[in-house]
Design a protein around this ligand. Structure first.
Ligand SMILES: Nc1nc2c(ncn2[C@@H]2O[C@H](COP(=O)(O)OP(=O)(O)OP(=O)(O)O)[C@@H](O)[C@H]2O)c(=O)[nH]1
Ligand SMILES: [Mg+2]
Length: 459
């Protein structure tokens, strides 16, 4: 499956920056490049060097003034010969350079193909290649840190140490099987069980780190929910510091959800304004309301907003009940319209249900900074993990570890039925093989293609 042909792709954003970077990798990367840099004699250059020169097209036109970087395999990202060209960040220049290489026999790299070649050439294991894609996609500083940890190889080290427990105990077990006729006990059931339980508990810790780290990988969803007309859209605008959403005195103004991204506390926050929650006969609105209820189940943080200048009504109660029953930990109560005369009874009722009640005026921008701080404290609470602690942030790793966890749990449970050591040895071998899928020691073309095709082009 490893095609050794020469591939090309832009590896930076094609326009929008002052410079674009193009990578060419493969057996002919240097030879093909020779004609485009006639003054350079690039085939004679050492690896790890770079030059300022002109890119001359196959029609002898000057395409751009560029920097050319020469890397000789295996000392390159992919492990192959690599040329990187940094040209001006203009889509026509990038396109012309690509076209020149394509006419000379290169082909456009598939998504993730550079990293796939790096993996196949042993430059990195699978967790490290995946970390490259994860770093690019990370939606918070903390997710970047988690993925960097994997790129450094910390996750692979952890997986290796788990595997080593199993290999050590598995080989004793296999040795015991060789002596089974002679009544020598090399490893006791107690020892076996202890090792398996230890492995299981370390895997469980890794698995538990996933849901938090996943949040930081994809960004945090903050849902603004409440009865019609309480000021949800006004609060969204206040948090965004711009008039993004239509605000009006007519209840039911927002029919469908609207989202915008902001950064709070180094984390990407997706703010979602929703249709007001109430029972309604209006079909269009009803659909929006159902969607809001679905969003409530999945949002990371809920800003439950109430009008504290008014009495608590049925619709408010419905929301309070729903939230306090199922999603209290994720909810922040916001009492809006504090610029008007406050209804003390409403405030007391809200305080009764929630430890956190922030009183704001979305319209006058009063106390919005305090609300931002409270949102930030919710994020930090979830985010203060120890840097030495290995974190799982990739779904594939999570799924594999979950399978290993199930395999080991089943083995531990089977001890009650006093299984023969040959069965336990088989289970342990299976668990070792499953673990090996994480780093890619055991893998198939299908798995690899699936992983790398999810990368963006140029990685
Ligand atoms: N006095 C005062 N009025 C506010 C405040 N926030 C919102 N309003 C007013 O309340 C009305 C409703 O505001 P919206 O932001 O549209 O409320 P909403 O919750 O998005 O309403 P729907 O989309 O219809 O569910 C508008 O007339 C706003 O000007 C506030 O803090 N103080
Ligand atoms: Mg609205």
């Amino acid at each position: 499956m490893y095609e050794k042909d020469t591939i090309i792709a832009p590896i930076s954003s094609v326009s929008g920056g002052s410079v674009s970077l193009i990578r060419i990798s493969g057996i002919d990367a240097i030879n093909i490049s020779d004609v485009f840099f006639p003054t350079l004699d690039i085939t004679e250059k050492k690896g790890g060097t770079f030059y300022f020169t002109k890119f001359i097209s196959n029609r002898s036109d000057i395409v751009d003034e560029v920097m050319v970087y020469v890397f000789k395999g295996p000392k390159s990202y992919t492990g192959e010969d690599v040329i990187e060209i940094s040209c001006h960040g203009n889509v026509f220049i990038v396109e012309e350079i690509l076209q020149n290489y394509l006419s000379a026999g290169c082909r456009i790299a598939k998504p993730g193909e550079f990293s796939q070649r790096a993996f196949l050439n042993g430059k990195m294991d699978l967790t490290q290649a995946e970390a490259v894609a994860d770093i690019i996609a990370s939606k918070s500083k903390s997710a970047v840190k988690n993925s960097l940890q994997a790129l450094e190889g910390k996750l692979s080290e952890k997986v290796s140490s788990l595997k080593q427990y199993l290999i050590d105990i598995g080989s004793l077990l296999e040795l015991g099987l060789d002596f089974s006729e002679e009544d020598i006990e090399i490893v006791s059931n107690e020892q076996l069980k202890t090792t398996l339980i230890k492995t299981l508990s370390e895997i469980t810790i890794l698995l538990n780190s996933f849901s938090n780290s996943r949040q930081f990988q994809k960004g945090i969803e903050v849902l603004i929910a409440g009865k019609p007309n309480v000021g949800k859209s006004s609060l969204m605008n206040a948090l965004l510091e711009k008039d993004r959403v239509i605000v009006s005195h007519i209840p039911g103004t927002t029919r469908d959800h609207i989202h915008e991204d902001i950064i709070i506390d180094d984390t990407l926050i997706r703010l979602i304004d929703t249709a007001g929650i109430r029972f309604t006969k209006d079909q269009i609105e009803a659909e929006g309301v159902n969607k809001t209820k679905r969003f409530l189940n999945t949002a990371d943080i809920i800003l439950a907003i109430f009008d504290i200048s008014k009495e608590i009504e049925n619709d408010d109660e419905e929301i309070i009940n729903h939230i306090t029953k199922e999603m209290k930990d994720r909810a922040i109560f916001v009492g809006n319209k504090n610029d008007k005369k406050t209804n003390e009874e409403t405030v007391e009722t809200l305080k009764k249900y929630s430890d956190i009640m922030v009183s704001v005026s979305a319209k006058n921008d009063n106390n919005i900074d305090e609300l931002r701080k409270i949102i930030a404290s919710h994020i930090t609470k979830e985010n203060n993990h120890d840097p030495e602690h290995i974190v799982i942030s990739n779904e594939r790793h999570f799924n594999i570890l979950n399978t290993v966890k199930n395999q080991i749990s089943t083995t531990i449970d089977s001890f009650d039925n006093e299984p023969g050591h040959e069965f336990i040895a088989m289970d342990i071998r299976a668990a070792i093989n499953t673990l090996s899928e994480i780093t890619g020691e055991i893998t198939t073309d299908d798995i690899l293609n699936n992983i790398f095709s999810n990368f963006c082009i140029g990685k």
